[in-house]
Design a protein. Structure first.
Length: 160
């Protein structure tokens, strides 16, 4: 029984790997900023908006990674011991598996929304089939998020 319980630490390298993914996202974020600076004065407004939407996309994915890393670590491995002089994120230690799933689903919907907005802004260069598929995929994410939220709400009612 002890070995099964101790095997939770096998998740630790997964969370470390996610932190490397976060580092890669950060590099990509600053690469896009450096890429846009020389052309900022000659870039069209819509081009700049597309770049900013890409940065927002990266920020949303980064926030999702941080949330999954921290809450996953606390839920599945061990509580994070943070000294009193360090500020602790307000949501740490309060998210159970269901709330993590709902936050992940909400983040995916937000990321999908930004991606869909980027496609709409480039609609002249995108085929109607691709736009239709992107809308259908986005609606699938939205319906899934609502479904998970509804199931979570119903399970909390039955627990009370």
């Amino acid at each position: 029984m002890y070995y099964i319980y101790a095997s939770r630490w096998l998740m630790f390298p997964v969370y470390v790997g996610l932190s490397f993914g976060f580092i890669l996202l950060t590099i990509k974020f600053f690469e896009q900023i450096i890429y846009v600076i020389p052309d900022i004065l000659i870039m069209s407004e819509s081009g700049l908006v597309l770049i900013v939407l890409s940065l927002i996309d990266i920020a949303l994915v980064g926030g999702l990674l941080v949330m999954v890393m921290f809450s996953g670590y606390e839920n599945f491995i061990s509580k994070m011991i943070i000294s009193q002089d360090k500020k602790r994120l307000s949501w740490m230690g309060t998210m159970d598996v269901n709330s993590i799933k709902n936050k992940v689903a909400s983040s995916i919907v937000a990321i999908s929304s930004v991606h869909l907005l980027r496609i709409f802004m480039e609609a002249d260069n995108v085929s109607n089939d691709k736009i239709m598929w992107c809308i259908l995929i986005h609606l699938t994410f939205v319906i899934s998020a609502f479904g998970m939220s509804y199931i979570d709400k119903m399970s909390k009612k039955t627990q009370k």
